[in-house]
Design a protein. Structure first.
Length: 83
């Protein structure tokens, strides 16, 4: 019997967020479209400048937020998984 992996429930949040690069510098604004216990979907202006490992927060303070890794990219939209 095949095991199906259920995705966590995502809820639409449509709110501004902040992406911080490793080291706590180069803060970039983003828009968080949806959120789950395991990840989020975000939109950024310059997706090419976003590395694989980032920190996503809802405040500009680099000490807040959650460590993430980018798992997919479609244009300006990124899918991130919390690590």
């Amino acid at each position: 019997m095949a095991v199906t992996k259920k995705r966590d429930v995502r809820r639409s949040v449509q709110q501004p967020g902040w992406i911080t690069l490793e080291g706590g510098f180069a803060v970039r604004p983003c828009n968080v479209l949806d959120l789950s216990a395991t990840g989020a979907k975000v939109v950024v202006d310059d997706p090419g400048s976003v590395p694989m490992k980032i920190r996503l927060a809802f405040a500009r303070d680099a000490r807040t937020g959650r460590a993430c890794e980018v798992v997919w990219r479609r244009g300006k939209t990124l899918g991130v998984r919390f690590v």
